[in-house]
Design a binder for this molecule. Structure first.
Ligand code: CMP
Length: 150
């Protein structure tokens, strides 16, 4: 591969992440505040939709956690109300977004992070953020076709 192309590919792999605003936060009127925090954090929205997962689609999205004890509760919570799904862009997107949202358990999330501000529990933790570049790509393409990314 030409060095310029391989550099472009490398950039693609590290500048995007995927997020969902979860049913607790959509139900509590926090969509606007969370999006404002995301934009203030330097992220650009590349794709976005407001939708409602079924138990089947939530189960498929979180299939990686199928053997975990919290899987059934996670699937039932994630299909309990609407969510906002989005692909975000920024240098170092995956790591920077995880810093912006804070620890998975809001009780451990640093002050000022999205989960510290808006989350109630480890299940109802306001937002999802991809944990790797590979998962960001997989999760983004779960929700969006190439024609829906701008
Ligand atoms: P999320 O980043 O969406 O990825 C998996 C979700 O499982 C996580 O956020 C939490 O909301 C939920 N969850 C519930 N219990 C746990 C746990 N013990 N460890 C990790 N995630 C958990």
């Amino acid at each position: 591969m030409h060095p310029i192309l391989s550099k472009a590919k490398e950039n693609m792999a590290t500048n995007r992440t995927f997020t969902m605003i979860k049913p607790d936060a959509t139900g509590n009127g926090h969509i606007g505040s969370i999006l404002a925090d995301i934009i203030a954090g330097g992220f650009t929205i590349k794709a976005m939709k407001y939708t409602h997962l079924t138990a089947e689609t939530a189960g498929a999205f979180y299939a990686v956690h199928k053997e975990r004890p919290f899987y059934n509760d996670l699937v039932s919570f994630m299909s309990s109300g609407p969510i906002v799904a989005a692909i975000l862009e920024k240098d170092n997107a995956v790591a920077d977004f995880r810093t912006l949202i804070g620890a998975t358990n809001p009780a451990e999330a640093a002050e000022g992070t999205i989960r510290a501000k808006y989350a109630k529990s480890i299940d109802a933790n306001a937002v999802h953020g991809s944990d790797s570049d590979d998962n960001a790509a997989i999760e983004g393409s779960f929700f969006f076709s190439a024609l829906e990314v701008h």
